[in-house]
Design a protein around this ligand. Structure first.
Ligand code: GDP
Length: 459
């Protein structure tokens, strides 16, 4: 299907120990062999072998790089085509020289973003939901997000969708027979069969959708705002979260705010912390996340960690923040419990339930477990499922699942209204097609192009 051979740098560009250039397509081995000098002729190399080589300029014969060259012949490769991977020294110069050499040869062109994965899809090695999960895998910010994506790469979701589609296609076949041989007068039975199967498949999809919220959280992190009056312990909390959890600090492209967001995990729960710059950068204690600045972070947050100083009586600013946080999922952190208590906890009852109050001494590193527990109670109905759970987290999949439920409910309604089954069949077929779009069976070219264009180069 793909006649041309493509190449791209597969590792992140910059200084590194090694870098990898990946080549895929019918001429991969032959084209690479022209530049690679190794003890064994690459063209004769068996699949899945690694060769110590020099990269030489075709004209001058001059060696420009030392490399390890891996040959993987299709279909046992990532793209299901012949693949050659050249591992060179890291750094921008070495890889660029090798890549330019390859491209100058004329029979290799630069790959588009995601084109390797797209070929794996077009060659039938993976389906669309698996390809999308590969992207999630690359972008995952926490161990758990990684596990969820890996599960999907391995085909957990595809299998579920496959089973559901199989039931619908059996139903469609049954309807077809009934349309073709109406004298068999089993219309009534067919009606019952349509209703039962549609409801059952629809219930299964509902169950899958229930995981969507948690899947999204695991993938993207809970948008979390840490708020509180100056000096209550916000930056101490931030530091405690970052240090104990190997924070990944990311500059998320596409956000208009000029703040840097940070990811931390609390017992495996990924939090995406909002406006940490406001907590960290201001040295003026009075300025540090005043009530005004908190409003901004609060408006975006799914989770509010409201820090109070338990060693002082509740103040007007505390009350204002408690009120502002009222319509959010809020955990009130009573900090500084190592000091004598001065805050009357009965006052809090007007704002938050007891279950949302966590007593901590951040300075003495006490209470972090309780905080994690409180967050998982709020977002994961108590427990985060183990790694073998299938989560739906992709918005495209969620939309398609919802539409297929609608189509199935249309089928049930139409059957109940006594509409002829050849018309009802249209709804069932639609559900089957919508589910097929998730795995890419019934997805159009433009959708496929759009999905793969979001990938990084070399993947
Ligand atoms: P922020 O202004 O809300 O960011 O507060 P900081 O995190 O800068 O903390 C203000 C002060 O309270 C600092 O001197 C911290 O060392 C202190 N502090 C933070 N947490 C605790 C705690 O649990 N107990 C005690 N005794 N002091 C704390």
């Amino acid at each position: 299907m793909n006649v041309d051979t493509i190449a791209a740098i597969a590792t992140a560009v910059g200084e590194s120990g090694i870098a990898v250039i990946r080549i895929s397509g019918p001429h991969a081995v032959e084209a690479a062999a022209r530049f690679v000098r190794s003890r064994q002729d690459l063209r004769q190399a068996p699949s899945h072998t690694v060769h110590y080589s020099h990269i030489v300029e075709a004209g001058s014969g001059e060696a420009i790089e030392e490399a390890l060259v891996t040959v993987m012949r299709g279909p046992r490769s990532f793209t299901a085509e012949d693949v050659v991977e050249i591992s060179t020294h890291g750094g921008i110069v070495a890889v660029k020289r090798v890549l330019e050499l390859l491209l100058a040869s004329g029979d290799i062109r630069l790959a588009e973003p995601g084109e390797f994965t797209k070929r794996a899809f077009l060659n039938g090695r993976i389906d669309l939901s698996q390809a999308e999960a590969i992207m999630d895998l690359i972008r995952s910010k926490s161990d758990r997000a990684f596990s969820v994506a890996l599960k999907q790469v391995e085909g957990a979701l595809s299998k579920k969708i496959g089973t559901l589609r199989h039931r619908l296609i059996e139903l469609l076949a049954h309807i077809e027979v009934n349309i073709d041989y109406p004298e068999h007068d089993v219309t009534e039975m067919t009606g019952a069969y349509i209703k039962d199967t549609s409801r059952e498949v629809s219930d299964e999809i509902e169950r899958l959708l229930k995981t969507a919220n948690e899947g999204k959280i695991l993938r993207e992190g809970i948008m979390t705002a840490i708020v509180g009056r100056p000096n209550v312990g916000k930056s101490s909390l931030l530091n405690a979260l970052s240090q104990s959890n190997k924070a990944i600090v990311t500059d998320i492209p596409g956000t208009t705010r000029d703040v840097i967001e940070e990811y931390v995990t609390v017992n495996g729960i990924p939090l995406r912390l909002l406006d940490t710059a406001g907590i960290r950068e201001t040295t003026d204690v009075v300025e540090r996340i005043g009530v005004e600045r908190s409003r901004g972070a609060l408006s975006e947050a799914d989770l509010v960690l409201l820090v109070l100083n338990s060693a002082e009586p509740l103040q007007e600013d505390d009350r204002t923040l408690l009120r502002l946080a009222a319509d959010r999922q809020t955990i009130v952190i009573l900090n500084k419990t190592d000091l004598p208590a001065a805050l009357d906890e009965r006052e809090l009852a007007d704002y938050v339930p007891e279950s949302a109050i966590v007593r901590m001494s951040i300075a003495e590193e006490r209470g972090m477990e309780r905080l994690a527990r409180a967050i998982s109670d709020l977002f994961f109905s108590g427990a985060i499922e183990s790694g073998d759970m299938t989560y739906v987290s992709n918005v495209r999949h969620i939309a398609l699942l919802k539409q297929s439920i609608q189509a199935l409910s249309d089928a049930v309604e139409a059957t109940e209204a006594g509409i002829p089954i050849d018309i009802v069949q249209i709804d069932v077929r639609r559900a089957w097609e919508l589910l097929g779009e998730i795995v890419g069976d019934t997805a159009g070219d433009s959708l496929i192009d759009q999905i793969f264009s979001q990938f990084c180069l070399g993947k």
